[in-house]
Design a protein around this ligand. Structure first.
Ligand SMILES: [Fe+2]
Ligand SMILES: [Fe+2]
Length: 450
């Protein structure tokens, strides 16, 4: 074999492009077109690969002979493990990715390869990979949700200029690792959770911190594991931190974690559409950092109705309607022109950025909007606190002068949805949600007896 046939790994330079697919044991190890970066170099180093025999590179039918440094036990473990990790990556990808939740972002091979390398290098830490394998065995949903958060989180972190993407990506993967400590009975229960069970679930961020310490996992991810349920307004857990205490990484993770939890299908509840989830995140600017919600919209190219956007042709448009099956091709109306059309399927015009969310408000209701919002928030808190007298007062103030139909459409149904959202977001247990529904039933009973 001549020297010309060999490329030494330490001769590879960042920014160089791999020219041919590189196979090992009939598994595609590195795809042609992959740019060499520090993550890939580190992966090669960790796999114990020092040089590649490029003789067979143009013939993927035959394995590329990969020369490894003398086999130590640990190195053999890594190369065997590598193929399991690659298999897991594609299995997980298939499970979580759909265009209705991701838009068209993962149609690019380059993105997938980048994420694959990031996933592989993250799982080379055997404590982290064992933790995730165990989580998948114990509670597949929690594992796939973590993978989902990893994909979206890494892409969003890249777009948002987060400095250490690799650390952030690992933090995303293990953010719910504390669920390993929650009993299966509580974790898999799809009926009402008792207060004690609910409190137990809320301990998973702290259990995650304990898991990390016990397994000597570097503390750079600790903040993400501990604080991913904290909210800007201080209503989160476990510490009730507020905006000033939350790093950019924690704020970003809060957005992606909630988007994933709302939109990923669970066996016992219908998932939110991506549009509904984004609307919810946008409407809760007191809890979720709007900057990252906007980055998320621009990443997946999914914008809710009444978004004002800038088009690639320089014009401004309002999103008129969005089909849940193809949310990235909305119907829009150019501002100042009575021209309504669907975003062209050939991408000749695209949405380049989000300007604002301009929800149309009934002008007659304008004067009352602030007061109504105050009574509305009060009504919800009184119902969840069980203060029926005050809840009834708020209900009467909100529904004054309304017809029966409007009471149902504008008050009761949104009320039920808001309570349900609070439970999904972890602010209420299923037991508390159930109690709140009974209170709504009592209010209706009292209101219509009169
Ligand atoms: Fe969590
Ligand atoms: Fe989570």
């Amino acid at each position: 074999m001549s020297n010309l046939d060999i490329t030494f790994i330490d001769e590879l330079e960042e920014g160089e492009i791999i020219q041919s697919d590189i196979y090992f044991n009939k598994t595609l190890l590195i795809k042609a077109g992959t740019k060499i970066d520090d993550v890939l170099l580190k992966s090669l180093q960790n796999w114990g690969i020092t040089k590649l025999n490029t003789l067979y590179l143009k013939n993927p039918e035959r394995d590329v002979e990969i020369e490894q440094i003398p086999k130590k036990k640990e190195k053999i473990f890594y190369s065997k493990e590598l193929f399991d990790i690659k298999k897991l990556f594609y299995e997980s990808l298939q499970y979580v990715v759909s265009e209705t939740r991701y838009g068209l972002i993962l149609n690019s091979d380059a993105q997938i390869t980048w994420l694959e390398n990031l996933f592989i290098s993250s799982l080379l830490n055997s404590e982290i990979s064992m933790g995730l394998f165990n989580l998948k065995k114990k509670d597949p949903y929690s594992y796939f949700h973590s993978f989902d958060v990893f994909l979206l989180g890494s892409l969003l972190a890249d777009m948002s200029g987060i400095r250490d993407i690799r650390s952030f990506a690992i933090g995303c993967l293990i953010h719910d690792i504390g669920k390993l400590e929650i009993s299966n009975e509580v974790l898999h229960k799809d009926g009402a959770l008792s207060k004690v069970e609910f409190d137990e679930i809320q301990k998973h961020p702290l259990y995650g911190v304990e898991f990390m310490k016990k397994n000597n996992i570097p503390s750079e991810y600790l903040d993400l594991v501990k604080s991913h349920h904290e909210r800007l307004d201080g209503t989160g857990y476990p510490e009730g931190l507020t905006g000033d205490d939350l790093s950019e990484e924690v704020r970003l993770l809060g957005v992606v974690d909630t988007y994933s939890a709302l939109t990923l299908q669970r066996s016992y509840r219908k998932a939110f559409s991506s549009i509904k989830a984004i609307e919810l995140l946008l409407s809760k600017a007191n809890k979720y950092d709007t900057k990252y919600v906007i980055h998320l919209m621009e990443l997946i190219n999914i914008y809710p109705t009444d978004s004002i956007v800038r088009l690639s042709n320089g014009r401004k448009a309002r999103i008129k309607s969005v089909h849940p099956n193809q949310p990235y091709f909305p119907i829009l109306e150019e501002i100042g022109k009575p021209k309504v059309y669907q975003l062209p399927l050939n991408f000749s015009v695209t949405i380049s950025r989000f300007i604002e969310w301009d929800q149309v408000v009934d002008s007659e209701a304008d004067d009352h909007i602030d007061k109504r919002e105050i009574y509305w928030n009060l009504l919800i808190s009184k119902i969840t606190d069980g203060d029926m007298e005050e809840a009834m007062n708020c209900y009467n103030l909100i529904t004054k002068g309304m017809g029966l139909n409007n009471i149902f459409i504008d008050v009761i149904i949104p009320l039920i949805k808001e309570i349900e959202t609070k439970r999904i977001e972890g602010e209420l247990s299923t037991g508390e949600e159930h109690d709140a529904f009974l209170k709504i039933k009592d209010i209706l009973g009292a209101a219509f007896k009169e």
